[in-house]
Design a protein around this ligand. Structure first.
Ligand code: ADP
Ligand code: MG
Length: 323
């Protein structure tokens, strides 16, 4: 039912950046090493995500847009112990319920590619087409059929900022994948697939921020924390330069941000925040996600112990650095 689909889509797809996030996650799941994102008008007019991943066969393409047909993960507990990011099998169907989606895909060994066009009214075309290996998805006119949601979108600039933040976090969390983000053809962000986190920080946060970063690498019984934090003399007025990953999944967490700050003790001026990229590895059995459909908020078992360990890692890193 399209009404139910629209409501469900609103849970997953809040704004253009949510589309970008879901499509990038699919590309990563498909083993892509190169992901290109182009947006027009802050993503409201057009979002394109192209990858060099496995692609899909003619037969699988229809299925991909069928809700729940393809869920990669069935149990909540599987979420952090597998390497795939999708778990509801409804991102594509949700996106296609609030926009016009065109997907062109080809598996490496297939002679022809497939193009499918899906709109809220349903699938309107599947055809064979010449295509390079991999998958390219175009999303046109997001929320055109839900004017209330369309109206709720912020300025192009703000929506582009959300998209840039999403791509930045994906780039910092996937250092073996090259990301290119362009807006109306203009270059916004490019990262190499260097496998080197510091290199990616230079590309994402810029050389000045990178220069202020010191390494963190700390292991406790419960967790391992690695990555980079800024020296106390480099601060921001907000948390925009903080990226956290739990078992390779990008998460937003005020608790982690607070734990980071606690590690600096009294070294930070009031109202100022450090830059940080922290990879936190936790035994999957200790991590639970809450039911938020966008999957970005986590609930942790042993939360206080984990936060203490994060503060401790930061304190140790600062202690070892020459400040
Ligand atoms: P989920 O990722 O949870 O399975 P999605 O709706 O996001 O659900 O995607 C549905 C399916 O479409 C995926 O399981 C995958 O098989 C296929 N798919 C989507 N995007 C891609 C892609 N970029 N490359 C290859 N396959 C894809
Ligand atoms: Mg997915």
């Amino acid at each position: 039912d399209s009404t139910i689909n629209k409501i469900a889509a609103g849970e997953v797809i809040e704004r253009p950046a949510s589309v970008v996030k879901e499509l990038i996650e699919n590309s990563i799941d498909a083993g892509a090493t190169e992901i290109k994102i182009d947006v027009k008008e802050g993503g409201a007019k057009k979002i394109t995500v192209s990858d060099n991943g496995t692609g899909m066969s003619y037969d699988d393409v229809r299925l991909a847009f069928t809700k729940h047909a393809t869920s990669k993960i069935w149990k909540l507990e599987d979420l952090y112990s597998t390497t795939t990011l999708g778990f509801r099998g409804e991102a594509l169907s949700s996106i296609a319920s609030v926009s016009k989606v065109e997907m062109i895909t080809r598996q490496k060994d297939d002679l022809a590619g497939t193009m499918i066009v899906v709109q809220p009214e349903g699938i309107n075309d599947v055809s064979e087409i010449g295509a390079s290996a991999g998958t390219s998805v175009n999303v046109y006119d997001l929320f055109y059929n839900t004017p209330a949601r369309r109206k709720y979108l912020k300025s192009k600039r703000t929506e582009l900022a959300h998209i840039t933040d999403t791509v930045s976090k994906q780039a910092l969390g996937n250092i073996n994948v090259s990301f290119t983000l362009t807006s109306n053809g203009r270059n916004v962000l490019h990262t190499p697939s260097s496998g080197n986190l510091f290199d990616n920080i230079v590309h994402v946060y810029g050389r000045d921020v990178a220069r202020s970063m010191i390494p963190v690498d700390h292991e406790s019984e419960l967790i391992r924390v690695s990555g980079y934090i800024s020296k106390p003399e480099f601060t921001r007025s907000g948390t925009d330069f903080q990226s956290f990953f739990i078992n390779n999944r990008s998460v937003s967490s005020r608790a982690i941000s607070n734990a980071l700050r606690t590690g600096y003790y009294t070294l930070l001026p009031k109202g100022r925040y450090p830059a940080a990229v922290l990879n936190i590895q936790i035994n999957p059995e200790e991590v639970d996600i809450n039911v938020h459909p966008r999957k970005s908020h986590v609930r942790l078992s042993h939360e206080q112990d984990i936060m203490d360990a994060i503060s401790e890692s930061v304190k140790t890193a600062l202690g070892q650095a020459e400040l």
